[in-house]
Write a new protein. Structure first.
Length: 504
């Protein structure tokens, strides 16, 4: 967590447009104007915003106007990534004071920024745990002499372990989000690392049946904290940032597949790499705060809204019938059908998935500024068709379809995910998300078994993916028709129970 204070100096000729703008208060940053003793300097300080230190001093003379900005912003783990965008924005003030494209629609506070940075690195750890078995299963299966059908069964068993995530979600509603996030952040990498010493495929499945659900519990609670801490018009944006960080964590697992090329046992090193996520766990232990909404929650959890729960569950199940096998069998398809090596698979995955980061940011902003439902209706069906096409093509066509499909899937993700946290009150937000996650994994198990059985019977991967793709189309239709629009609303407006006096 960098605590470095930075200073920015610039000057302009007196009377120039830039000099005139420098003397105008910046609405998002000014608290007071303080004249110097000679009347030639003005200091602007932050009213409310993301900086822990902010002071802008403008000195004027007959010839020049000089501006000096002293600032510090604490973004845990990712401060280096935002150093240039923040400095560039301070240097080149927009004429209309519009927010830069990379920032959220709302003005974040110092606490918002710090919390989002911690949640982002936790998302990396959770995504690594959730991706690990999916990416390495085909290599481990080859090493243990396991065929596609048994590999699919192993994938289903690992996903059925999601029931382990439910107690963590329930405890988060009773004991607090912070405590359970810290516990899962330590446990997930430790359990995942046990896969490195598995003596056979089924012991490997057993270790990941515990490790992966703990990672899932961590991921769903990260989403809960983001919804409870972020401003009303930036919740989808926050989830897009977290998904982007999760993509980096998954990318670590994918990039580590080069280790599988070392030899038949090389895949074990990927599991050993899980231990690097103990460092973020330590950071979360020290710095992650409890959400203010949980601290003010009702003592008695309100009844679960059954209609909302049923609709979101159906959408989650239907979508995962396609999403899970499309991800799980991609490596097998590239290995068996296209003859890619571990390094080749890693290159394909990173090159085609990286552009999806742009989709995440753009999709999150559109979902916050325009609305969630339109994003889902357009992006989910189109991305499904494109991804199905990647399993029926080769060469540059396969790469292009994968890039476009990932881009649109990334755009849909923030709008798709944010509803799980928005449509439930604080008292049962964790519980609802735990059960929805479990049910969505049931949908993924159906998809995995179906695709595994179809491929085993001689169906092509493209034909098999087209069959399960109808689940994604159904999910998009139900979401557009049945979901309410929640953009620009406070959680208390969406869930009036949270606006009632605290029950004791």
């Amino acid at each position: 967590m960098s605590r470095r204070e930075r200073t920015l100096h610039q000057s302009w000729p007196a009377g120039s447009p830039e000099a005139q703008r420098a003397l105008v208060p910046r609405d998002d940053l000014v608290e007071e104007l303080v004249a110097s003793s000679d009347g030639r300097a003005t200091a602007f300080t932050q009213d409310e915003g993301p900086f822990t230190i902010y002071e802008r001093t403008v000195s004027t003379s007959a010839e020049r106007v000089d501006e000096s900005i002293r600032y510090r912003i604490l973004i845990p783990w990712f401060g280096w990534l935002f150093a240039f965008p923040v400095r560039n924005t301070l240097r080149h003030r927009p004429h209309d004071d519009s927010v830069p494209w990379w920032s959220p629609p709302d003005r974040l506070t110092e606490r918002n920024v710090a919390t989002l940075g911690l949640l982002a690195v936790a998302s990396m750890a959770a995504a690594f745990a959730n991706t690990l078995f999916t990416q390495t299963a085909s290599f481990a299966a080859d090493g243990f002499g396991i065929d596609e059908r048994a590999q699919g069964v192993g994938g289903v068993i690992v996903r059925l372990g999601v029931v382990i995530a439910i107690p963590f979600a329930l405890l988060a509603d009773r004991r607090g989000r912070r405590q359970i996030i810290v516990i899962t952040a330590w446990l997930a990498p430790l359990w995942c690392a046990l896969g490195a010493i598995a003596p056979n495929f089924w012991v490997l499945v057993g270790t990941q049946t515990i490790g992966r659900p703990i990672g899932l519990a961590l991921a769903l609670l990260i989403g809960v904290v983001a919804a409870e801490e972020m401003p009303r018009s930036s919740r989808a944006y926050a989830l897009s940032v977290l998904a982007l960080a999760g993509g980096l964590g998954a990318g670590v697992a994918v990039g580590a597949l080069r280790l599988a090329d070392i030899g038949p046992e090389g895949w074990r090193l990927v599991y050993l790499l899980s231990l690097i996520w103990l460092f973020p766990a330590y950071s979360l232990t020290r710095h992650l705060p409890e959400t203010h909404r949980f601290e003010q929650r009702h003592e008695i959890a309100p009844p679960l809204n059954r209609r909302r729960f049923t609709i979101i569950s159906i959408v989650a199940i239907s979508a995962n019938i396609f999403v899970a096998p499309a991800s799980f069998f991609q490596n097998r398809y590239l290995d068996d059908v296209r003859g890619y090596t571990g390094g080749g698979i890693a290159l394909f995955t990173l090159c085609t998935a990286t552009p999806a980061s742009l989709g995440l940011i753009v999709g999150g902003r559109i979902a916050d500024m325009v609305g969630r439902r339109a994003v889902l209706l357009i992006c989910m069906p189109t991305s499904t068709l494109l991804i199905v096409g990647t399993f029926s093509s080769a060469g540059s066509t396969m790469w292009l379809l994968a890039v476009l499909g990932g881009l649109l899937a990334g755009a849909a993700y923030p709008a798709f995910t944010v509803y799980r946290t928005e449509l439930f009150p604080t008292g049962n937000r964790g519980r609802a998300n735990g059960f929805i996650t479990a049910l969505s994994l049931a949908g993924s198990s159906v998809g995995l078994l179906l695709v595994g059985a179809l491929v085993h019977r001689g169906w092509s991967y493209g034909e098999s993916m087209l069959v399960v793709g109808f689940g994604q189309l159904l999910a998009a239709t139900i979401a557009y028709v049945a979901y309410p629009e929640t953009a620009h609303l406070e959680l208390e407006q969406i869930n009036p129970q949270d606006a009632l006096p605290t029950q004791r």
